[in-house]
Design a protein. Structure first.
Ligand SMILES: [Zn+2]
Length: 99
């Protein structure tokens, strides 16, 4: 049975912070407002994808220029979703570079 995607209603914090380490984008979104606008059943992954439409690396990724857009909260709140895998990997690399 495929896992049900996490939706905006599943998000347990009042704000969702999205970061892109590649292009430096950063956004903070009020989750209650998002639910008002998109409905509680919108998968979080779809929302991240929606925001990603404004990043050229997200829309047109190449092997070396992948958009790193993701939400670090999701990694800890849920198991890594496909949309956050790349982001988690980037954070690991960042961590190892520093230590
Ligand atoms: Zn980006």
């Amino acid at each position: 049975m495929p896992e049900k995607p996490k939706t905006l209603a599943d998000f347990t914090k009042p704000h969702m912070v999205l970061n892109c380490m590649q292009c430096g984008r950063k956004g903070r979104y009020n989750v209650a407002r998002l639910i008002e606008r998109h409905g509680p059943d919108m998968p979080i992954r779809d929302f991240i994808n929606l925001i990603g439409q404004s990043c050229c690396r997200w829309v047109n990724p190449t092997e070396r220029q992948e958009c790193g857009l993701g939400c670090s909260d999701l990694i800890y709140m849920f198991m890594p979703a496909p949309a956050t895998d790349a982001f988690a990997r980037k954070q690991d690399e960042e961590f190892q570079r520093r230590s």
